[in-house]
Design a protein around this ligand. Sequence first.
Ligand SMILES: Cc1cc2nc3c(=O)[nH]c(=O)nc-3n(C[C@H](O)[C@H](O)[C@H](O)COP(=O)(O)OP(=O)(O)OC[C@H]3O[C@@H](n4cnc5c(N)ncnc54)[C@H](O)[C@@H]3O)c2cc1C
Length: 264
Amino acid sequence: MKIVVCLKPVPDPKDWGKLKLDPETKTLVRTGVGTVINPLDKHALEAALVLRDELGGSVLVVSMAPPDAGPVLKEALAMGADEAYLLSDRAFAGSDTLGTAHVLASAIEALGGSDVILCGDETIDGGTAQVSAQVAEFLGLPNLMHVSHIQAQAEGPFVVHSQVEQGHLVVEIAPPLVLSVVKELNTPRYVTMMDILDAEEKPLVTWDNEQVCAGESCVGLADSPTQMADLFAPPKKKQAEMLPGTPREQARELAGRLRRLGFC
Ligand SMILES: Cc1cc2nc3c(=O)[nH]c(=O)nc-3n(C[C@H](O)[C@H](O)[C@H](O)COP(=O)(O)OP(=O)(O)OC[C@H]3O[C@@H](n4cnc5c(N)ncnc54)[C@H](O)[C@@H]3O)c2cc1C
């Protein structure tokens, strides 16, 4: 069974305080901000590894990202993926969700297709939850979201649980298919030092647009059907002031201010 995981590198939540908006270019300034695997994509990768262990086959990771995303893909290889493909080309820059999905779907086709494509339900940065359904549409495959349980078999349909507000749907769905997963599906495995060393031997391939064969339609900023009209940080309505001094001095100053304002 050939399993592809779509994995997006996202800004490390630990560094979100360092993210800034460039008011001129209307882009995020990521200087000093680390990159990690989108959390739900780790759950998708874990599910892929379990499926491979149950049914045999291989797990390929694809990621459309800038060239410096290599370490994130190395982590996916260390978790157990067999091959990783970094889809990186200036032509892809500024793609909207449709452009992103088109590039991912084209790469999956260039890889010879897949029996199972696993995504996260959504990312922690863009968070549109559109890409997996769009990948499925481009490939003409069925797509199920909010997946919290997968019971797979070598022949015949998978039994898949999809979370809904008051419980879950139980769906029979046969490969080839696209599933996007929620965190309740599993617990991603820890990576050991041996896993990290093993990952050095595995293929991490960078593909440009020529290898991806995405062409130019709907890819990149100019050809994306949605365009960013503006990007701004909301104005700060509250301001914090740190009072100097010892806790006792701070408490006295605070009490004085509250009294002067008529609160006590
Ligand atoms: C006009 C416009 C311009 C943009 N320009 C830029 C830009 O210059 N640079 C930039 O970084 N972003 C840009 N974006 C944002 C970009 O479109 C999104 O980062 C991307 O489409 C993914 O959307 P999302 O994060 O909402 O994914 P979701 O739909 O929330 O993701 C669902 C799942 O799809 C998969 N997935 C999503 N994205 C990827 C990916 N890249 N690789 C592999 N798997 C993926 C993952 O499994 C993920 O869990 C732009 C968006 C718009 C509308």
